[in-house]
Ligand binder design. Structure first.
Ligand code: HEM
Length: 130
């Protein structure tokens, strides 16, 4: 028997769709994050769905459609500070609670996403400026 991926364990495509919807509903309401994003979220939602699916052991949707993720490079055109990363994670944690992911899955996923979010920081925040 194949070991079950986290992706499958929490409900596969339907769960990841709900998570991504809940997440961007929050980003859309967030005064710090909203200005970085385009007027509509359809495309970024789709890409995030592909990415999270792949990251947590589902089909490799992102790489099939967009090639190597190179996420840091893809985020360089946006000035991302530590505050942005924290806010991003806060929105994601709230979205996970809203869709009622099992607590153990939330912890594993947030830890993984925290590492990636930190890696996206490319701009010093106010607290770091001279
Ligand atoms: C740290 C704070 C973050 C900010 C402020 C941020 C912001 C953004 C913005 C503004 C876009 C582009 C929207 C557009 O197409 O115009 C984007 C794209 C994307 N972000 Fe983030 N992001 C952050 C962290 C993350 C993290 C942690 C992940 C991974 C879980 C991620 C995954 C993605 C993906 C997959 C895309 C689409 C890339 C593509 O194929 O073009 N982001 N993000």
């Amino acid at each position: 028997m194949q070991p079950t991926s986290l992706y499958e364990a929490i409900g596969g495509a339907a769960t990841f769709r709900r998570l991504v919807d809940a997440f961007y509903d929050r980003v859309e309401q967030d005064e710090l994050l909203r200005p970085l994003f385009p007027p509509t979220f359809d495309e970024v939602k789709e890409r995030q769905y592909w990415f999270l699916t792949q990251l947590f052991g589902g089909p490799r949707l992102y790489t099939e459609r967009r090639g190597h993720p190179m996420l840091r490079a893809r985020h360089l055109r946006f000035p991302i500070t530590l505050r942005h990363a924290e806010r991003w994670l806060h929105c994601m944690a709230a979205a996970m609670q809203e869709v009622e992911l099992p607590r153990a899955a939330q912890a594993v996923m947030l830890e993984r996403l925290a590492g990636i979010a930190q890696h996206m920081v490319n701009t010093p925040g106010e607290e770091e400026e001279a």
